[in-house]
Design a protein around this ligand. Sequence first.
Ligand code: MV4
Length: 446
Amino acid sequence: MFDKILIANRGEIAVRINRACQELGISTVAVHSEADTESMHVRIADESVCIGPNPVNKSYLNAHAIISACEITGAQAVHPGYGFLSENASFAKMLDDHKLTFIGPKYSHIEMMGDKIEAKKIMKKFGVPVVPGSEGKIIDEADAVATSEKIGFPVLLKASAGGGGRGMKVVNNKKELKSALPIIKQEAISFFGNDAIYIEKFIDSPRHIEVQIICDTHGNYLHLHERDCSVQRRNQKVLEEALAPNIEEEKKQDLFKTCTNAMKSMGYLGLGTLEFLFDGNEFYFMEMNTRLQVEHPITEMLTRIDLVREQICVAHGDKIFTNQENIKPLGHSIECRINAENASDFKPSAGKIKMYHPPAGNGIRLDTFIYSGYNVPHYYDNLLAKLITTGRTRNHAIKRALRALNEIVIDGIQTNIDLHKKILSSPDFKNGGVAINWLEQNINIL
Ligand code: MV4
């Protein structure tokens, strides 16, 4: 096993990764910006290196500074967490060139899945159901019109280098398509430096279901079931649950088999998530994420598998400790993302946490980095904590989440704790299976 790992991230995920390293007997190096000197991830690591000033492009996105920090400390591997450099293929390649291990997939797979047209082509080739749309990139206006008329309006224009909801536009007819095409192309160039556009049938009110997979270098391509991430606002997930309620078991099992077969055909390594839209009892592949995800703990609680531990092990070349037959999800798990934000305009809030008291007890997990007296900086993501509750049934997990949200105290800054209480108390949510537009449409009446 590695002796020393550098954690190229901050906040709750850096703390989460540090914990997995400690349990594996691996010593840790934290990296941080000037604003993060007093951050929890720095305090709990064995060593720390300041890699630059507060803006992320000068610190957490500074690949050269991170590689220098490895050389200085003798770290053998880098865990990128999520966000920042976690899906940056050239960073993964740079680490390879420096004989350092990137704790993630091969850089070629990161690159492939980062190109959404390429990702869709590959998945389709391996039998994964995809959203009906253009065969690859749109060549010109005539091609766009012909493709859209064939699949039928409304259609969605998507930038191939986009993802996570950026660089998309719905068009309802030929006229709208013709005016939107040059705009979305220009956006694609200025946001992503790549003008490749593709077209998909617009699916109106689907659910967002994702499949967690993990692969090693010993021929194991396993799935860890699914998560339902439909409760979102402006492309930001708010609450996730596993398993996804009200979907036929056989339908899911067919999908899992297809996903693991695709991973085997690709020779994928490490953790991955295949994102699907679920509509009218059908799954449609959208994108694949080649990183550890924010919402991984709900899968951990259900399967009792430590995803970060396994991620480190498979990156080292070790075998996954279990097999598909022995992975049996137990009960139901819900994650509430607790953000520092204004309750009325949802704008990020920052400032000093005067008092913090965590919830505890049966079925409660809180992944966080905050403490009483901590000053939340405004430079970074506003996620403060993830409350993960697990129960024997979905109902029990919901009741536990409400109980824990009543126990938790975060004083001094504004949070979205009340929003979570409203969601968990709403009859629609309790019924299970709300669509991706549900929260935005109901936020004022919850
Ligand atoms: C779609 C879609 C409807 N139809 N594709 C948003 C993020 C990116 N991963 C792709 N997204 C979508 N693709 C087709 N053909 C709706 C969305 C979408 C969405 C998907 C999942 C979760 C939240 C969402 C919010 C808005 C739009």
